[in-house]
Ligand binder design. Structure first.
Ligand SMILES: Cc1cc2nc3c(=O)[nH]c(=O)nc-3n(C[C@H](O)[C@H](O)[C@H](O)COP(=O)(O)OP(=O)(O)OC[C@H]3O[C@@H](n4cnc5c(N)ncnc54)[C@H](O)[C@@H]3O)c2cc1C
Length: 503
């Protein structure tokens, strides 16, 4: 289990087989795959686990119809097989979900091309789970949908998860195999020291600078990868944003794929943890990566426009939005300067002077990405890599059982007790350092309740104080810090918020 935060200075004496930098899904996957092969593996994360992109995705464990549309059969097949594996191994966390793709007269794609694509999609996944929805059936399922030119819809299945809970689950598993992980450790320098690599990292809690030694280093820092790779820049950071609104404002029971009236981009409208989520956008992200990304005014307007054009009776507005969420995709740049949404989504692995860097890819394929990184670093051989592309054995073996399904405060709030039990479990088991770790990533209270869940803070104060040893002064400081983060990065912006966007 992840457990409590270790004292990082106690981990400096050891010579690690591998140090993994970055506690998103990629780094967590590398830690797990290394640790379960008996490697002495340590993961260092600069902020909190999943603080980067891996808590800000569209939460889909999916093959990705768009990749198939782009002719990328290999990526689609790998993603679909991983989806099926995760559905089977983590049934409480990865949930199969119907998706609806409305078809409009004279608009691409029509019914039959879409049917052919879905036949192939299901074939690659080894399932058969798509059907045509007549207008009557479609209107029963999505009553408010704009009928203009609508002839029906294709319905198929993919799946949804809670991305940052998935990261925590993978970290629990990696630690169960003997891996170690520590958050709030910022790696600043990697240098060669004979056969070994030396890492200099700052403990952001104590302010101390510490040195670690390892035989191998895997830089899994996603959008930040260029900072430590030692090579020329390869990553093109691209921002994608989401809006969360109450389900009563926009009730959907299935994931809808809707084409934006301005540019024809597919955007999802989907049910998530009792709310409706709308996203995403796809823009070059030129803001400083040291700060959390922000959903800009222009992106809010773009997403509201989509909803209001597709659901004419809805007239969704700012006041309906509970929270926003922006993430930065680590896209491996083609260098062709093409439209951000046309860049490929697959990952890349490259090595320089003993440091193996892995960036790009998807949440869904984290296991395969981890294997590629371990192969490039020389930590596994080609036979092991090949055999594990479609392994027979389970990936998740340890029992990790929070008292209730985590991340769903709306469902548990009426009793209140269940929410407190969840929080108690998280505080005991998941290395919470700051209040935002607890409320934005281990649970999703910050996104799911108005004003970041301000109303429930007093209720959870005694647990935090008891478990984390926070006196009143620390609690007050944590609340100020948390509400400031919510206001800056998860709220509805009033004016233009990004220099890049304003330009
Ligand atoms: C809007 C959006 C929607 C998406 N939707 C989906 C989806 O539905 N399905 C899907 O499969 N994929 C999706 N993706 C892609 C997926 O989220 C990412 O590919 C994945 O989360 C990347 O994980 P990562 O671990 O590589 O990067 P990250 O999650 O960003 O992790 C990198 C970590 O490295 C840390 N770090 C950086 N520098 C340092 C340092 N110097 N020292 C220590 N730590 C450091 C960061 O703090 C960060 O936590 C989406 C992405 C976006 C942006």
């Amino acid at each position: 289990m992840l457990g409590q935060r270790p004292n990082p200075s106690e981990m400096t004496a050891e010579i690690w087989d591998v140090i993994v930098i970055g506690g998103g899904i990629t780094g967590a996957g590398v830690l797990l795959e290394a640790a379960r092969r008996g490697q002495r593996a340590l993961l260092l994360e600069q902020r909190d686990f999943a603080w980067g992109t891996s808590s800000r995705s569209s939460k889909m464990v999916h093959g990705g119809l768009r990749y198939l549309g782009q002719g990328d059969i290999r990526l689609t097949r790998h993603s679909l097989l991983e989806r099926e594996r995760l559905l089977e191994e983590l049934p409480d966390m990865v949930i199969r979900q119907p998706y609806i793709f409305p078809i409009r007269r004279g608009k691409f794609p029509g019914r039959w091309p879409m049917k052919a694509v879905l036949w192939l999609y299901d074939f690659l996944a080894g399932i058969r789970d798509h059907q045509w929805l007549s207008m009557d059936k479609l209107m029963q399922l999505v009553p408010g949908l704009n009928r203009d030119g609508l002839v029906g819809a294709m319905r198929y299945t993919d799946s949804l998860t809670d991305d940052s809970r998935l990261v925590a689950r993978v970290l629990h598993e990696g630690c169960g195999h003997g891996g170690r992980a520590c958050n709030y450790m910022e790696v600043n320098k990697i240098s060669r020291n004979g056969e070994l690599l030396s890492l200099t990292a700052k403990d952001l809690l104590s302010g101390e600078t510490l040195s670690f030694r390892a035989r191998h280093v895997i830089n899994a820092t996603g959008a930040w990868a260029d900072r430590l790779s030692g090579t020329e820049k390869k990553v093109r950071p691209q921002r994608g944003s989401h809006l969360f609104v109450p389900a009563e404002c926009l009730p959907v029971s299935d994931c809808l794929t809707i084409l934006h009236p301005e540019d024809g981009r597919p955007v999802f409208v989907f049910p998530w943890e009792g709310l409706t989520c709308i996203g995403t956008t796809d823009l070059d992200h030129r803001d400083d990566l040291s700060f959390e990304p922000v959903c800009t005014r222009a992106e809010v307007d773009y997403l509201l426009k989509l909803v209001n054009s597709q659901f004419p009776q809805t007239s969704l507005q700012d006041a309906d939005i509970i929270s926003t969420m922006a993430g930065v995709r680590p896209i491996i740049a083609s260098g062709k300067g093409i439209d951000p949404s046309k860049e490929r989504r697959d990952h890349a692995v490259w090595s320089h002077d003993g440091v193996t860097t892995v960036s790009g890819g998807k949440l869904t394929t984290f296991r395969l990405i981890a294997l590629d990184a371990l192969l490039a670093a020389g930590l596994i051989d080609a036979a092991d890599h090949g055999a594990n592309q479609t392994p027979k054995e389970r990936m998740f073996r340890f029992v990790v059982s929070p008292p209730h399904r985590l991340g769903h405060p709306l469902a548990v709030l009426p009793s209140g007790i269940a929410l407190l039990e969840q929080i108690q479990w998280v505080l005991e088991n998941e290395m919470v350092v700051h209040l935002d770790d607890l409320l934005l990533r281990r649970t999703r209270i910050g996104n799911l309740l108005p004003q970041g869940g301000r109303a429930v803070l007093e209720g959870i104060k005694p647990l935090c104080q008891q478990q984390l040893g926070w006196n009143d002064a620390i609690w007050d400081a944590e609340v100020v810090r948390y509400l400031d983060i919510v206001a800056r990065y998860y709220s509805v912006p009033q004016a233009k918020t990004s220099v890049a966007d304003a330009a």
